[in-house]
Design a protein around this ligand. Structure first.
Ligand code: CA
Length: 234
């Protein structure tokens, strides 16, 4: 099955370079040059990955990302114009999966694309095999992870989770009681070495705590192990 990549970029030369290199890897490439077209195309073609520039006409990349996140689970790789942490944090909050700062090496870009598509494929395969068996849930007291629906419930009520938060919670829950380093978590949940580094893990852990800890300031479910990482207690 050919994977579809939607490239959202308004600069013609970069558009062309990205499309050329992605096509050579065997991906089917579609191009949108502004935010509104990007939204329409994403809804229509259901891409397997979106490469999204931040500075775009009509709707900017943040806005496109925020809207798409409410509608679909597609990985979003953002192109940032400068190595600015603010850009990354805002993008993360909007639900982007990854960032690459311009100018970037084509080799690194393609490696990231490949890693994301691979991760999505693995998750899909896992979900498919789970759906084929039974609806699988993992329970920790009043906290339930529904693996089939990718839903988290507290006292039976669903909690809104970003896809990455769910992946992270599932990963640490499956390794309950083990100390997991930020690096290991990055590799297993994000699937590559994230440019933002361990801060990404910390930010997502903080969001998870706000959702699943009775008192997020004094966590009892996700414990910080000093200079080592995190441990899920259940
Ligand atoms: Ca641009």
């Amino acid at each position: 099955m050919t994977e579809k990549v939607l490239v959202v970029e308004d600069e013609p030369s970069l558009q062309e370079t990205l499309a050329y290199n992605l096509s050579r890897q065997g991906y089917k490439v579609e191009i949108a040059a502004d935010g509104q077209t990007a939204l329409n195309m994403a809804r229509e073609i259901h891409p397997d990955l979106i490469v999204l520039d931040i500075m775009l006409p009509i709707l900017d990349g943040y806005e496109v990302c925020r809207i798409l996140r409410q509608e679909m689970n597609v990985p979003i790789l953002m192109l940032t114009a400068r190595d600015d942490e603010i850009d990354r944090v805002i993008g993360l909050e909007m639900g982007a999966d990854d960032y690459i700062t311009k100018p970037f090496s084509m080799r690194e870009f393609l490696a990231r694309v490949k890693a994301h598509l691979r991760r999505v494929r693995l998750i899909r395969e896992e979900v498919d095999s789970e759906t084929a068996l039974v609806r699988e849930t993992i329970r920790f007291g009043n906290l339930t992870l529904d693996l089939t629906r990718r839903e988290v419930l507290i006292d039976g009520k669903p909690i809104a989770m970003k896809p990455k938060e769910f992946d992270l919670l599932l990963y640490i829950a499956r390794h309950r009681g083990q100390v997991l380093s930020r690096q290991l978590i990055l590799e297993r949940v994000w699937g590559w070495e994230f440019i933002g580094g361990s801060r990404t893990v910390d930010v997502h852990i903080r969001w998870l705590r706000e959702k699943i800890e009775p008192d997020p300031q004094n966590p009892t479910r996700i414990i910080t192990v000093r200079s080592a990482g995190y441990r899920f207690e259940g």
